[in-house]
Ligand binder design. Structure first.
Ligand code: BGC
Length: 372
């Protein structure tokens, strides 16, 4: 029965999307000049997260003559600007963009805007410019809060050493994730459940519940991974070398995403004085799902990219049809309040890998070994 319902709802989504796609496919292409209708720019192919987004866009657009092109910026704002210029020259009407660096992307989207293109910020907010029309995103504060809460729920006793790691300061999400995590962890640091092991800046602020952007920046400057697993390894090694035995034993580790979580987990696993570690993640990357099944990573926050893609494309199509997309709130990007559509997230650990990721059709069971 459940399977039938799932099938019916899947068919419904497919039909609606196909209908929308067909609706905007004039013979000339939706841009009316035979050019591209929607340009999509993603930050890097080097992280499975964004390759996943590319695949989900392709899946959603399969079988349609809808004209889109996806370009990757490979962690460079200069490449990103070139990508946007290329898409502008191909005549796009809508730009969907996840920026490499949220502030640096301003000039790229301003160029698009001045050509009358509608700009949708995708997953990461473009900051300090009024050239962003819409934002489709997951609830990033909830991601961080779920990570922090997981550490609280899965640590025992008091004075548990807490290692903090964060994403890149050039990514607005890194602040939102940290803000969410800090909102639940800070009271537990203040009451002695956790002891911060690796950030003097966080220690100095440990009695403060609400941190300003500047205060968070100070902490991030010590514990950023820059979203780079190698940087995460180096930082984790340096931190474990610097601390005494009292900061080892059973520890808790706030890792911002799956790529850095696996890197950090490997370092903690290889330290003889660390008897156990609880480590967070996000993105439900396949490699991390295997780590979770194997007991090497504790949790991940599942952000269903299918929904984000559907929201972004749905918005693009509404715009191409001359309508106004539905939004659920706004995000202050430092310049304007950007109208946003936000999606919820789901915590995944060993016990619900199967129900959340396999039964939902997100991944195939045979991608993993040892799955119950
Ligand atoms: C995204 C995460 C991703 C991280 C690193 C963030 O902006 O929301 O899903 O893991 O960037 O690419």
């Amino acid at each position: 029965m459940k399977a039938v319902l799932k099938f019916i709802s899947l068919m419904f989504v497919v039909t609606v999307l196909a209908g929308l796609l067909v609706a905007c496919n004039s013979d000339e292409g939706a841009s009316g000049d035979g050019g591209l209708s929607v340009g999509i720019v993603l930050p890097t192919r080097d992280e499975p997260r964004w390759v996943q987004d590319e695949q989900r866009f392709k899946d959603a657009l399969e079988d349609s003559e809808y004209t889109t092109e996806i370009l990757f910026s490979q962690g460079s704002s200069a490449n990103e600007k070139e990508n946007v210029d290329t898409l502008i020259s191909k005549g796009i009407d809508v730009l969907i963009i996840a920026p490499h660096d949220g502030a640096a992307a301003g000039s790229a989207v301003e160029a698009a805007k001045s050509e009358g293109i509608t700009v949708i910020s995708y997953d990461r907010l473009i900051t300090e410019t009024d050239a962003v029309d819409y934002y489709v995103t997951f609830d990033s504060i909830a991601v961080g809060a779920a990570q922090g809460q997981y550490l609280i729920d899965n640590s025992e006793g008091s004075n548990v050493p807490l290692y903090l790691y964060a994403g890149a300061s050039s990514d607005n999400n890194a602040f939102l994730f940290f803000e969410g995590a800090w909102s639940v962890l800070q009271p537990k640091i203040a009451d002695g459940t956790f002891v911060i092991a690796n950030s003097s800046e966080a220690e100095a602020l440990q009695d403060k519940g609400d941190l300003s952007r500047d205060e968070m920046s100070r902490i991030l400057s010590q514990v950023t991974t820059n979203w780079d697993p190698n940087e995460a390894i180096n930082k984790a090694q340096t931190h474990l070398t610097a601390v005494g035995g009292d900061m080892k034993g059973d520890v808790a580790v706030l890792a911002p995403n799956d790529g850095t979580a696996r890197a950090i987990a490997d370092v903690f696993a290889s330290d003889n004085e660390v008897s156990s570690y609880v480590v967070t993640g996000q993105d439900a990357e396949m490699a991390s799902i295997q780590y979770i099944i194997d007991g090497k990573q504790s949790m991940t926050v599942f952000k269903d990219v299918r929904t984000l893609v559907e929201d972004a494309m749905g918005m693009a199509i509404t715009i191409l049809d001359g309508g106004t997309p539905e939004t659920t709130g706004t995000y202050d990007n430092g310049s304007v309040e950007v109208k946003a559509k936000q999606t919820d997230v789901i915590v995944v650990e060993q016990s619900n890998v199967k129900s959340e990721l396999i039964d939902s059709g997100y991944y195939d069971a045979d991608e993993f070994s040892g799955l119950e």
